[in-house]
Write a protein that binds this ligand. Structure first.
Ligand SMILES: Cc1cc2nc3c(=O)[nH]c(=O)nc-3n(C[C@H](O)[C@H](O)[C@H](O)COP(=O)(O)O)c2cc1C
Length: 398
């Protein structure tokens, strides 16, 4: 440890530091807090990274690995994080920023901030409160929550804890009857929007997750009782004959989108779009919105940051439908950069999971507060008091 401290001290004083890429996640944090400090309550956190260390401390290796994992060598996960350092912010001066308005409107609902919580499965392995604790935080912070097909609590319990609608994320499955059942259930629970995740048709190689699982000495079979040692069926599958049902379908095509649109009154959003070609097809097929996403680097090893995919999608869509982006958002400044590139809203995954794992609902609340405060700050610093003031001229690519 003392060697590490000495090394960090050396680096801090070294001209080498200037040569390192800015925005490398974790680096400034390690220097700033001496590396081994871990917060003991949400109020102590200065930034969202501090929840990561707190979560690492409380989670068993396999569950930590589940959350932290990307695919292959985690290239896409790293790319998402580092992608934000490809953009610099251009600040304007002498603008009245005494009132900052961060609000954005999606499908007729106005949100206080453009920051939403992306869907995450099996939240109960991070904290027993799971998605219900997240819903309570979403309610107290008036934040949009998207609930996964793989949620560990029934959608009805989550909407009731939220005290209002959430969006439903759909894994397509390979059996239409199962899909239809879930669509009906989500609609009946009051979800106004279904986000169909389309980025994992062919399976994936979550190596980091497997490595951490090997370190876990607990008896995983006592919880993972489902087929092939996997997880037990999730509440969203209750009442469905699961014989032969896979979570996703390798034969997924645009016909499926039409089928969903015909089967529901919910708005249909596609999650996992990365290219202008697919963005154009979304518009042609009547899709109501897009989430530019690579599943937080958990889908395939593209090595491409979602923030770098965003401009071509925004350009292809041409303002006809909202474009949301997620992946690697860790600072209010990241949110700002995404807005400048044309995002209508920005999703976070792991930051709220770190908050959930370490402190439950109050942890999630604090993560949302921190990001909100940081966005407010950068908007004021840059002379852009409302979202409409943030545009192409607000950033520059380096
Ligand atoms: C542990 C974990 C589980 C996830 N589960 C789902 C899921 O069930 N459905 C889905 O569409 N995306 C899922 N995602 C992807 C997130 O919705 C989101 O795209 C991603 O976390 C954003 O990247 P970030 O974690 O860097 O913020 C999951 C992500 C993580 C980290």
């Amino acid at each position: 440890m003392s060697n590490r401290r000495a090394f960090l001290k050396f680096l801090a004083a070294s001209p080498l530091l200037g040569a390192l890429p800015s925005g490398v996640p974790g680096f400034a944090q390690a220097l700033g807090q001496g590396g081994d400090f871990v917060i003991s309550n949400p109020g102590e956190a200065l930034n969202v990274f501090e929840f990561e260390a707190a979560a690492r401390k409380v989670l068993p290796p396999a569950h930590w690995g589940y959350m932290a994992s990307g695919v292959d060598n985690d290239e896409s996960l790293q790319a998402n994080l580092q992608g934000y350092s490809h953009y610099q912010v251009r600040a304007r001066r002498l603008v009245d920023v005494s009132r900052i308005d961060m609000s954005t409107t999606l499908f007729g609902t106005t949100w206080e901030t453009p920051i939403l919580m992306s869907p995450v499965g099996s939240c109960n392995v991070l904290n027993p409160g799971g998605e219900v604790a997240v819903a309570k935080a979403a309610a107290s912070k008036k934040t949009l929550q998207i609930v996964s097909t793989q949620a560990s609590y029934p959608i009805e319990d989550i909407t009731s804890a939220r005290g209002g609608p959430v969006w439903f994320q759909l894994y397509t499955t390979n059996k239409w009857a199962a899909t239809e059942h879930m669509l009906k259930r989500a609609q009946a629970a009051g979800c106004p929007v279904v986000a169909i995740t389309v980025d994992t048709p062919a399976g994936r190689n979550t190596e980091t997750q497997s490595r951490f699982r090997r370190l876990d000495t607990r008896d995983c079979a006592s919880c993972h009782t489902g087929n092939n040692g996997g997880s037990p069926p999730k509440p969203m599958f209750s009442g469905i004959d699961m014989t032969g049902v896979g979570l996703t379908s390798p034969s997924l095509t645009w016909d499926f989108v039409k089928r969903v649109k015909d089967a529901t009154t919910m708005k249909v959003v596609l999650k996992g779009i990365e290219t202008r070609e697919d963005a154009q097809l979304c518009v042609e097929h009547g899709v109501d919105g897009i989430i530019v996403s690579n599943h937080g680097g958990r889908a395939h090893s593209s090595g491409r940051a979602t923030i770098d995919c965003l401009p071509e999608v925004v350009q292809a869509v041409g303002g006809r439908i909202p474009v949301i982006v997620d992946g690697g958002v860790r600072r209010g400044t990241d949110v700002y950069k995404a807005l400048a590139l044309g995002a209508s809203a920005v999703g976070i995954g792991r930051p709220y999971l770190w908050g959930l794992a370490s402190f439950g609902q109050p942890g999630v609340e604090r993560v949302l507060d921190i990001l909100r405060r940081e966005l407010n700050l950068i908007m004021g610093q840059c002379g852009t008091p409302s979202l409409k003031d943030i545009g192409a001229a607000s950033i520059v690519r380096v």
